[in-house]
Structures are given as structure tokens and as C-alpha cells.
Design a protein. Structure first.
Length: 123
């Protein structure tokens, strides 16, 4: 998948502050959905986390916690409400990979329990 990430904390005024990177496409676990992300937002939490998060050596940090997109895969324990093809929006979790991965063939890994809802299809 394609995503916007960084490897060193700091301000946004550096060339390496946000880089277009290729990452493995995540697989949904038991209560997760895999979403083809169509839209993301940038919020104050993104800028605050960007300044202080230090990814593990060699790892990429992907920011973004609000997104909308289309469900492409469902975890084994997701039994209500969501199915492939649903348009959804969600607020991600700070302790999971971010949502700043946009356009066709770009995905975000999201929890399907408390922070996700179906949306009117408008993409």
C-alpha cells in the first residue's frame, strides 16, 4: 500500500518530514475491517504526534486518525453491520497505524467496534 509516513520526529518544515512510502498491505484481525481509503483529514493531533513520535529503527510512522473509504475485507469476528463494499467513516486509534493512505490500492487498517460507522456513498 502507499502511505504518507516519517521516520524521525520533528517539525513539518524539513524535506523528510512526510514521505510517500510503500508499506505491506495490512490484514484484518478478528474485529477489524480493511478499508480502501478515499479521504483523510489533518487534525491538531496529527501535528502534535508528528513532533514527538519516534518510530522503531527502520519503521515508518503513518499519521491520520480520521478517514472515509470502502470496506474491502472483514475480520472473522465482525458479524454485524459491516460488509464488503460498504462506505464507512471512522476515527482511528492513536495506538494503531494511521489513515494517511489515499487513492486506489491504498488501505488503512481500522478497528470495527467503537469508532466506525456506515456513510452515505458519495465517492
Amino acid at each position: 500500500m502507499r502511505a504518507i509516513g516519517f521516520q524521525q520526529p520533528g517539525g513539518i518544515d524539513r524535506n523528510e518530514a512526510l514521505i510517500d512510502v510503500g508499506l505491506p498491505t495490512p490484514k484484518p484481525e478478528r474485529r477489524d475491517l480493511l478499508v480502501n481509503v478515499k479521504a483523510v483529514s489533518v487534525n491538531p493531533v496529527d501535528t502534535k504526534k508528528r513532533k514527538v513520535i519516534q518510530p522503531a529503527p527502520g519503521a515508518w510512522q503513518v499519521l491520520g486518525w480520521d478517514a472515509a473509504g470502502v470496506v474491502v475485507a472483514i475480520g472473522a469476528d465482525v458479524t454485524l453491520f459491516f460488509q464488503r463494499g460498504d462506505t464507512v467513516f471512522y476515527a482511528g486509534a492513536i495506538d494503531r497505524p494511521g489513515t494517511n493512505a489515499c487513492a486506489e490500492s491504498r488501505f488503512a487498517f481500522v478497528a470495527s467496534t467503537s469508532c466506525l460507522a456506515t456513510a452515505r456513498r458519495s465517492f
